[in-house]
Design a protein around this ligand. Structure first.
Ligand SMILES: Nc1nc2c(c(=O)[nH]1)N[C@H]1C(S)=C(S)[C@@H](COP(=O)(O)O)O[C@H]1N2
Ligand SMILES: [Mo]
Length: 336
């Protein structure tokens, strides 16, 4: 186990990474094109909101062109070449060609190809349960009503590989605030899309579809928890959970559920797909923790994709300053 020097994870550095993007003025027309998936997206450009970031420089992202072009690989944009620890970003190519997305296949290198037939537009996310203001959000509403910003995060898979990924998205807390959780709300349950006709892996009954996940409400409200709508300045690629997925950077990757269609606020601890499959191996919390090994392998080190050799795994994946207080007084060995 490696202690994390406080100096290495100053919140300032993280905040500097939180460059904001705004969907441009052309977004109304663009969003309609997005929904219909028939017309060019027009000028859906994400220009920076100067007020939003202390280090704002002029950088503009262009999602101009037809939807397929907007999603096409090439010209990936990120505000920095590293995360706040100085670790290099993984390339767009790496991030989109080494995926866990069992709805398509268990072969990480074949997800991208099999996901081509998936149609993420139009899209809606319903938010219900113990809330005062249940709502169904269209993708264009999610993109335009919530401020989109860049978050460069490490992603640590429970299988002991990792990447550094420049997401674009917005805090989960903003969406939850919008639906106004009731006083008795304690947890949030997420459900992925069920579309076996477009998702080859869902025709495999080895797994209980749809994929589900959950968080404690206070975990979901933590400022680091986001819904990602993009990556490298582009709309979220299909292989990474288009058009909207969770990213909870201090937890093992399986908690970061992809292609979300349903969010339910509840007072009952939700189960999750991986807990259902093997509760002794994958618990509800799944916080990255180098001192709690998986029953079948060590969690002390990890392989950063693109690097040879191994790195030490950091407690809470290096985000302890921001999330450790969520677990104060808890036995993290028992609550794995
Ligand atoms: N719906 C769904 N979400 C999912 C998965 C999945 O198979 N289905 N895999 C999880 C796992 S194990 C990991 S490590 C991350 C991988 O995200 P990435 O492919 O964007 O790197 O997605 C998570 N979210
Ligand atoms: Mo994973």
């Amino acid at each position: 186990m490696m202690p994390i020097p406080r100096s290495e994870i100053t919140p300032e550095h993280i905040f500097l990474n939180r460059r904001r993007f705004m969907i441009g003025v052309g977004s109304a027309a663009g969003a309609l094109a997005l929904a219909a998936c028939t017309a060019p997206i027009g000028s859906v450009s994400t220009g920076e909101s100067a007020a939003a970031s202390p280090d704002a420089t002029s950088a503009s992202l262009s999602l101009d062109g037809d939807l397929p072009a907007a999603l096409a690989y090439g010209d990936p944009y990120a505000s920095s070449t590293t995360d706040e620890l100085g670790d290099s970003l993984n390339s767009f190519q790496e991030i989109t060609n080494y995926n866990n997305f069992y709805e398509f296949t268990t072969n990480k290198q074949q997800v991208a190809q099999l996901a081509e037939q998936f149609e993420p537009y139009p899209w809606e996310v319903s938010v219900t349960g113990l809330v005062k203001n249940p709502q169904t959000f269209s993708l264009e509403t999610l993109l335009t009503d919530f401020p989109q910003e860049e978050r460069i995060y490490r992603l640590r898979c429970v299988e002991a590989w990792s990447m550094v990924i420049p997401w674009v998205g917005f805090p989960m807390s903003l969406l939850l605030d919008a639906v106004e959780p009731a006083a008795e709300a304690k947890y949030v349950k997420f459900t992925s899309v069920l579309r076996p006709e477009q998702m080859a892996g869902q025709r495999n009954s080895r797994f209980p579809w749809p994929y589900v996940e959950g968080l404690r409400l206070d975990e979901a409200m933590n400022p680091l928890a986001i819904f990602a709508t993009g990556m490298y300045g582009k709309l979220l690629p299909k292989s990474n959970g288009a058009p909207i997925r969770a990213v909870i950077p201090w937890k093992y990757g399986f908690k970061s559920i992809k292609s979300i269609v349903k969010i339910e606020v509840t007072d009952i601890m939700p189960t999750s797909t991986w807990t259902n499959l093997a509760a002794n191996e994958y618990g509800f919390y799944a916080n990255v923790n180098p001192t709690v090994n998986h029953p079948r392998w060590s969690q002390g080190t990890e392989r950063r994709i693109g690097e040879s050799g191994r790195r030490n795994t950091l407690m809470f994946n290096g985000y302890g300053d921001e999330v450790a207080d969520l677990y104060e007084g808890m036995d993290l060995q028992a609550n794995y």
